[in-house]
Design a binder for this molecule. Sequence first.
Ligand code: SF4
Length: 516
Amino acid sequence: MVSVSEGETALPAEHKLRHPLPGAIIQIRIDEWLVASTCEIFGGFMALRDIWVEARIKETANANGSRNMSQMHLARQGVITEEMQYVAKREKLEPELIRSEVARGRCIIPANIHHKNLEPMAIGIATKCKINANIGNSATSSNIDEELMKLHHAVHYGADTVMDLSTGGDIPEIRKAIIQASPVPVGTVPVYEAISRVRRPEDLTIGLMLEVIEEQAEQGVDYMTIHAGVLREHVPLVRKRITGIVSRGGSLMAHWMEHHKKQNFLYENIEEICKIFKKHDVSFSFGDGLRPGCIADASDEAQFAELKVLGELTTKAWEHDVQVMIEGPGHVPMDKIKEQVDKEMEWCHEAPFYTLGPLVIDIAPGYDHITSAIGAAMIGWHGASMLCYVTPKEHLGLPNAEDVKQGVIAYKIAAHAADVARHRPGARDRDDALSYARFLFDWNKQFELSLDPPTAKAMHDENLPDDFYKEAKFCSMCGPKFCSMNITQMADAEGGHDQAERKQKFVELLAKVQGA
Ligand code: SF4
């Protein structure tokens, strides 16, 4: 296997994708040296996985239908793949740690062998907290360019994965365009496409589902939400709830089971799905079809009954060396968030927990990126590995590109807050660098170090636009006479102290953060 070299050539942080958006550049948040070494070794942008995967396909050529291309399979054979090495560099962890976590199932690297322009990343308790952005159309709004613009915003502002939740128009074409343009893993919910191919939900069959799953796997989808944990016996449990079943996939499966008076066909055919997944290395994102849709319904019998089944399904998938993460709620008040993580870890054998929010209150439509980011920060702190964003449009309409930006920024804040609270090595460096810039009145560095520099600068410049004010020892908040940080510096000076030590520490931190 080829390993990524330690080439140090500096490249700009922005580079074009192999399949760029027309006239657009997606900013990749990746270590510059890694991009440089990729280009150096393989002679072009993002060609690395072509070579890695081709070599593996040759090695397994005789396995035919029974080949297993999953990262977990290789990890369990003791192999440190190129993807694991790549992830280790991004995370600043040892490759062997990544391998052992993937082998153990506590970490996944969603990396379908057909998604060649992917920049491998990892989701797990040992690695930084990740965020997902949902994009995709609905039956009332369908436009490939709009979806690609959402992808651009999502990746530009820092989404670690995207899910294409398209339910209308030419679903395979939209997905193809998204996979080709996306450097981050792409997830889907295959039942949405299956539903688009039948007249009524009750017409769904396992044959159709397997067909859709195989087609999506061949196209390069990295992980799929499979609602196999909602069982027939769970359906009566939701009748006491205020909002019933709020997962689209969960409600469709409940409808199908009640109509046919039969068990969930995804649960009964999980082995067939595993066979497809391991051939292409698709990861399970076991769907929480019974997640609570309001805080009153959180942590109820229905939700936890399904979670236990997800643990059982995890064991089955791991018998095939198929990678798994577990989806979680939803709407949960703050006092019940820790319990969610504890139960998931216990019942699902520490498979990575991938949660939607959760929203901690229900009375703020239009601001649910905030209500949910509070819960997301808490659940990330307690141990969730990936946070699925919620946009301001949640419950109200399909998000547009600006909503995607707002949702991603809110979740970058939540995930970073979780990493800081978990004391991940170096997680606070950028915060400390920005704080030094703030105290030393280096306004331009303060903007640069912020999550959304243009917004920070625009807000500052609203009242003090001139260049002169980029070194001013105040801003328009307190004005020149009442700037407490300037007054502190004056007090220091009167006591015979200058700012040399702070300046030195700032320079050192800056080098660390910018060289990261
Ligand atoms: S004026 Fe107030 S808000 Fe502005 S930099 Fe000084 S202390 Fe901070």
